[in-house]
Write a protein that binds this ligand. Structure first.
Ligand SMILES: [Zn+2]
Length: 446
């Protein structure tokens, strides 16, 4: 479908040498390099070191840039990513769900492609499409096609209830087979359990039989502790009780914080400090974009919010709230810092989606999902001997992302998405929203 919208094959799938950047490998075995190179061949990272010689490689000059793994987000309702400027809180968000009755498969395609390109532009190289808006198998195929056409690496979480009917194993198998056949190795299937908990046992069994990962819903599955395991993702989390955190830790359940949307709807802050104190492993934590109808797909802002949340909660736990001087004089050793947040945003996300053997760090042998972030722009600063992790998480924005490489393919270069007519994508998304609202208004008048 929509052949005219497809991005032409991005160049750079052969051999690349990313040269002279500040390299943050996010691999505990590889040191940070203030001036290092990353060598990529056939979509695989083959070396991370200083002064690599690769005479046949296309050179990517990374001077004054941070070179790091792409961000991995783990929970995103992508089908409603076009609801920009119309949902200012949770009431409006759920009210706007009435538009879903008017979505066509083409609308699912337009919305998900818009969201996926927004992600790539921001340096997110892997996303988890929480596809609960799917009402027919054609909608699912349209959303998966949009992910493929954008070039992003993705999980597609197939809902276990579609159009009011419980999904059967053939539906899941067909979707899994479609992802394998058409996904260029970048698309995998997960399972989205019914929020009501209905059919949970049978759906978990089906997902496990087909090897689907992740298995997820908003967390209702914690009520059935015997069923859950390390392939599960618990999402959101404000207000979570200590026994639930202990269960998450004991079962190896993964966590997707929603640091930009939960505060927006008044639901509270992501429970970063409580999870850290309970020693839920860092690599079992991740950030999610959640709803781009309400916030931007901005990994820097999301990770900054995780750090800020952890600090607020730690200060509150130490009864220091309200006194700036007391906080400053306390010399607090923060439980969750910027380096922790960057790891959560990359390797943590990869582990949460079950992809840590393929992505999440600049480790030789892993797939080449790499981003370059400029430090020489007005909101940044490329001074000597500064901490680039702190610089990025305090200051960077998606527009500072100069280059995005996914599976060895260059998808963004010199700050521009490659092979994408941005004006056409944005106006198509806006037109899709407008038409949906017109159809909904017409239907309600009839
Ligand atoms: Zn959500």
């Amino acid at each position: 479908m929509n052949d005219h919208n497809r991005a032409p094959e991005a160049h750079g799938s052969g051999e690349l040498l990313i040269r002279g950047g500040h390299v943050l490998p996010i691999d505990p075995a590889i040191p940070e390099m203030p001036k290092g190179d990353v060598h990529v061949r056939d979509g695989v990272i083959v070396a991370v070191a200083q002064n690599i010689e690769a005479p046949d490689a296309q050179i990517i000059d990374a001077t004054k840039m941070v070179v790091m793994p792409g961000f991995v987000e783990t929970h995103w309702h992508m089908w409603n990513g076009i609801w920009r400027g119309i949902v200012d809180d949770a009431t409006a968000y759920f009210r706007t769900h009435m538009l879903l009755h008017h979505y066509t498969a083409e609308d699912h395609y337009a919305a998900v492609r818009f969201a996926a390109l927004d992600a790539i532009n921001a340096g997110i190289t892997t996303c988890n499409n929480w596809a609960h808006g799917v009402r027919h198998s054609e909608d699912a195929e349209a959303e998966m096609q949009a992910l493929v056409d954008s070039g992003i690496r993705a999980k597609f979480c197939y809902p276990c209830v579609v159009g009011g009917h419980a999904t059967n194993i053939d539906d899941l198998k067909n979707a899994r087979d479609w992802a394998e056949a058409h996904g260029n190795g970048l698309l995998g299937l997960g399972a989205l359990l019914d929020e009501t908990g209905a059919h949970i046992e049978e759906h978990v069994a089906m997902a496990r039989e087909l090897g689907l990962r992740p298995i997820t819903n908003h967390g209702g599955f914690l009520a059935t502790p015997d069923l859950i395991g390390p392939e599960f993702i618990f999402t959101h989390g404000p207000g979570i009780q200590p026994h639930a955190i202990e269960l998450i830790k004991a079962k190896g359940v993964k966590v997707a914080f929603c640091p930009c949307t939960d505060p927006l709807i008044g639901n509270g802050l992501p429970p970063v400090y409580a999870m850290s104190c309970a020693e839920v492993p860092l690599d079992n934590l991740s950030f999610s974009v959640d709803v781009t109808g309400q916030t931007s797909a901005d990994p820097f802002a999301a990770l900054r919010m995780l750090v800020d949340s952890g600090r607020m909660q730690q200060v509150e736990a130490g009864n220091l709230t309200g006194s700036l001087l007391a906080i400053a004089q306390a010399g607090i050793k923060w439980k969750f810092g910027y380096k922790d947040a960057l790891r959560v945003g990359t390797l943590g996300g990869a582990n949460v989606l079950g992809l840590a053997d393929q992505i999440g760090s600049l480790t030789p042998g892993k797939r080449a999902d790499i981003i370059l972030v400029r430090t020489d722009e007005i909101n940044m600063m490329p001074a000597r001997n500064i901490d680039p992790t702190c610089l990025m998480l305090q200051n960077a924005k998606p527009n500072n992302v100069d280059t995005v490489i996914i599976d060895g393919h260059i998808r963004k270069r010199y700050g521009q998405l490659i092979g994408v007519d941005i004006d056409a994508v944005v106006s198509s998304a806006a037109a899709t929203l407008h038409q949906l609202r017109v159809r909904a208004a017409t239907a309600s008048c009839a």
